[in-house]
Design a protein around this ligand. Structure first.
Ligand SMILES: Nc1nc2c(ncn2[C@@H]2O[C@H](COP(=O)(O)O[C@H]3[C@@H](O)[C@H](n4cnc5c(=O)[nH]c(N)nc54)O[C@@H]3COP(=O)(O)O)[C@@H](O)[C@H]2O)c(=O)[nH]1
Length: 836
């Protein structure tokens, strides 16, 4: 069943009224005239005092002679209940049910004036109950007793029957066996007429219209409405009258059904209310306790509510922001375009999501992930906006940090190779688009490896950080400084002018780098760099080609004596090719027996005796002729060939020396050079042991020379190898002493016995006081440490005389003999022996 919306739509507006003093008979007459089932009793102002209905009429005791003249107020139901016209029909029905009344007065909700009356009948008639009435049959509602009176009985008696059995109509039996009916409205007519002696037949309707008990309520209602009567007789299966039903019975049945539905509707409403209350409580809890900030604004964006998380994140209390707009959080980091786009999407799609940088009350910026949703007002507009945001500042910072780490060098903070590659690529694209030139400078520190090896990696790192800072100081605005690897830096200069200006900047960069650097622990190093320049588009049009060519130019600058710069020229690639050829040839040389070991004598300065010799490798190249170790040892080092090559030299030198011992009265030591790589990766202790064993040379006749930088290597493997060799009885010598940064104090801790003064200090000592002073200081300190001192590069008698005077033990140099092939050295020994 469906209900009309509000009571106003179903009220009866013609309300029959009377004063409280109106005699009962007059009130009844008025009801008869107006065909009304009730009359409202009003005071002088028209205010309702009570209501007198047909059922009240039946209750009158007409045996009492004056009752018809009594004022109606004595019998009315009072007070009469009233409801406002805008009350829902559902609520009105519940009101009737709860107060057990069948009529309600309806008043204006504004003026409170009486507008009309609504009865249970009005409510039920106005229900769309057709479906229900079609399903129900009359026999389902035959609960009331059939009360029968005889046609000749006095009406007063019949009224008593009606009252006692609480029925609205009585069956009237006529002497001929036919049936009639007496109803409450007949009784009203009776009261209006006032003749107490009248028999039932005088007022009853006759004959009674009857219908079968199987008839549907829908058809019964239709017959009642069409016949303009309120009652029908119901025949049983045997044709006997079994009941009288009236419109009110049908209505009561409908009412009952309606009430069941109403109750379930009310129950549903209560459940829904409870649920929504619970939902609201839950929403409240979520609102209060969620970690995300929530702002609710009205349609204009004025803040109406914020949750505690909002205050926690922004620093503004609830009171501080209510009535304001979220613009108080603006940081100025987003453009007007940004907000315009946000509002456009909000209007079109009803929501917006994104990241916003806002400002806390403290002034600090924070990044939030924000979702704004429009809450519709049901009429196509927006009633509220709800903004939910979380503070993602830390996450953003972590992301930015990760991004930074992925693209920057952790030590110096400069862009790394990846980022530099991207920047170079985009600089090339821009230069191409605008027809500009760019310069790429490749910078490599001079002798960095030496510093790193001698002072340690920590000092090396510190130096790199300081150089990075110097480079950044020199780099002009708009340029990019990067660290590609180790001691390799690059400087990218977009949109450069003439080559002269690039050259002048390159010199500034070198000047900025070159100089003294004080490291932790107060150690000082002098540093310089070599710089290669490649120009776009002349020297390359791709990032790779520019890098390769700037690198080649840098190598050329190094070869030209370091601390200088060099522009790329086409022939530089030729030298790169030459190097590749050399490397390839080196690998073949070992298997093709192209190497030779030459020997240079070492002489005791005091006695002039031949004390031993240094074994020096040579490469007899089939096309290039004799290649100097200065040219191929560094390449062999880089491509790791030095390990097998070094082992071969060692084996050859030991075998040769043992042969000399066997052939001549020779007891000298042979000195063999060891590279750092052999010490670290060559399994050198086992190799030496095996070679000594194979050759039969005593360990005491072998001296191994390691460079100063190798000796200073803090690598544990190097230290272990030196200890192993020493404990085997092999003599260890520090080569090229004076070219690195080692201190004599540190040397003391190493298992070395010999110190070779680098030839660069010897060459001019006869004419350079500084060199002479250095040489004599090294000799004196070395001696005091118990080391045997060898001077190399002794070319002149003056050198010999000075060194001898200073107490240097041994000398090696052209004065005594240049490095010579094995056979030549054999003759040298022979000559020496012959000289005695
Ligand atoms: N790891 C290895 N390194 C080796 C080996 N063989 C040689 N080398 C190293 O190569 C560098 C160059 O050596 P070389 O061209 O043989 O030069 C040596 C001498 O010829 C040169 N020398 C000696 N006396 C004089 C002199 O009076 N004047 C002058 N101008 N040069 C002279 O010195 C070089 C020997 O130096 P050093 O070894 O430092 O004592 C050189 O660094 C070799 O070490 C090898 O098998 N393995």
């Amino acid at each position: 069943m469906t209900f009309p919306h509000v009571v106003e739509s179903i009220i009866s507006r013609n309300v029959l009224t009377c004063t409280p003093d109106t005699p009962v008979s007059e009130a009844a007459q008025a009801m008869c005239r107006a065909h009304c089932g009730s009359i409202v009793v009003v005071d002088a102002q028209g205010s309702p005092l009570g209501i007198w209905t047909e059922s009240d009429v039946v209750k009158l005791d007409l045996f009492h002679p004056d009752v018809a003249r009594c004022p109606v107020r004595q019998f009315m139901s009072s007070p009469v209940l009233s409801i406002p016209a805008d009350m829902s029909v559902q609520e009105a029905t519940a009101h009737m049910h709860d107060n057990r009344v069948r009529h309600l007065l309806v008043t204006s909700p504004v003026s409170h004036q009486l507008l009309g009356l609504v009865s249970a009948t009005d409510i039920v008639v106005n229900q769309d109950a057709e479906f229900f009435l079609r399903l129900k049959r009359l026999d389902s509602m035959l609960h009331r007793p059939l009360v029968i009176v005889n046609a000749d009985q006095p009406v007063v008696e019949a009224m008593h029957q009606m009252r006692d059995f609480t029925v609205e109509a009585l069956g009237v039996r006529y002497p001929d066996g036919s049936w009639g009916i007496l109803t409450q409205s007949d009784v009203v007519r009776f009261v209006a007429g006032g003749d107490s002696a009248l028999p039932v037949a005088a007022l009853a309707s006759h004959p009674l219209r009857t219908v079968p008990r199987q008839m549907t309520l829908l058809n019964a209602r239709r017959m009642l409405q069409e016949g303009r009567t309120r009652h029908l007789g119901v025949d049983g299966d045997d044709g006997q009258l079994v009941a009288i039903i009236g419109m009110s019975d049908i209505l009561a049945t409908m009412e009952q059904e309606f009430l069941i539905e109403l109750r379930s509707a009310l129950r549903e409403r209560d459940e829904a209310l409870l649920q929504s209350r619970q939902s609201l409580q839950l929403a409240d809890k979520v609102f209060e306790s969620t970690l995300e900030g929530i702002v609710i604004t009205d349609h204009y964006g004025v803040i109406q509510s914020v949750n505690p998380a909002f205050s926690r994140i922004t620093g503004y209390s609830r009171e501080e922001v209510l009535g304001k707009t979220p613009a108080i959080l603006k940081s100025g980091r987003q453009s007007a375009d940004f907000y315009e786009h946000m509002w456009r999407q909000l209007k079109n799609d009803g929501y917006w999501q994104g990241e916003v940088v806002n400002r806390r009350k403290s002034g600090l910026l924070y990044t939030e992930h924000l979702t704004i949703t429009g809450i519709p007002d049901g009429f196509g507009g927006i009633r509220h906006y709800v903004a939910v945001f979380s503070d993602i500042t830390q996450r953003k910072q972590a992301e930015e940090r990760l991004h930074f780490l992925a693209n920057h060098d952790a030590l110096t903070g400069l862009p790394n190779r990846t980022l530099f590659g991207e920047k170079l690529q985009s600089a090339i694209e821009q230069a191409q688009e605008h027809g500009q030139r760019l310069a790429l400078m490749f910078i490599d520190l001079d002798r960095f490896k030496l510093i790193n090896d001698t002072l340690g990696h920590q000092a090396g790192d510190e130096l790199l950080v300081k150089i990075a800072a110097r480079l950044q100081t020199e780099a002009p605005a708009g340029s990019t400084v990067a660290r590609l690897a180790g001691d390799e830096f690059t400087l990218l200069l977009p949109n450069v002018g003439s080559l002269n200006s690039v050259a002048s900047l390159a010199q500034d960069v070198l000047d900025g780098i070159a100089g003294e650097v004080v490291l932790a622990g107060s150690s000082k190093v002098f540093i310089s760099a070599s710089l290669g320049i490649a120009m776009y588009p002349e020297d390359g049009t791709t990032a790779d080609s520019l890098l390769v060519n700037a690198d080649a130019a840098m190598y050329r600058a190094k070869n030209r004596g370091k601390n200088t710069f060099q522009f790329y020229t086409a022939d530089m690639n030729a030298s790169a090719m030459a190097r590749l050829k050399l490397e390839y040839g080196l690998h073949r040389a070992l298997t093709r027996d192209e190497f030779q070991v030459w020997y240079q004598p070492k002489v005791d300065l005091a006695s002039g005796r031949l004390e031993g010799m240094e074994a020096l490798v040579r490469w007899q190249h089939p096309e290039m002729g004799l290649v100097s170790p200065v040219d191929f040892i560094p390449v062999a080092e880089e491509c790791a060939l030095i390990v097998p090559l070094g082992a071969w030299v060692l084996s050859e030198a030991c075998r040769f020396t043992r042969q000399l011992q066997a052939d001549y009265d020779f007891s000298g030591r042979v000195a063999v050079n060891l590279s750092g790589r052999q010490l670290k990766f060559g399994n050198i202790v086992d190799t030496v042991q095996q070679i000594l064993q194979d050759s039969g040379l005593p360990a005491s006749c072998l001296e191994l020379e390691i460079t100063e930088s190798t000796a200073m290597d803090s690598d544990q493997e190097v230290g272990r190898a030196l200890e192993g060799l020493r404990s085997m009885g092999v003599t260890l010598a520090i080569d090229d002493f004076g070219t690195g940064y080692s201190s004599l104090a540190y040397l003391k801790s190493l298992p070395v016995q010999v110190l070779k003064i680098d030839r660069s200090f010897i060459a001019d000592l006869h004419q350079d006081k500084d060199d002479a002073a250095i040489a004599s200081a090294v000799i004196s300190m070395g001696r005091s440490l118990g080391l045997s001192i060898v001077a190399e590069g002794v070319e002149l008698p003056a050198h010999r005389d000075f060194l001898r005077a200073q107490g240097c033990h041994m000398a090696q140099g052209y004065l005594y003999g240049k490095p010579m092939p094995a056979e030549a050295f054999r003759r040298y020994v022979q000559t020496f022996e012959a000289q005695g």
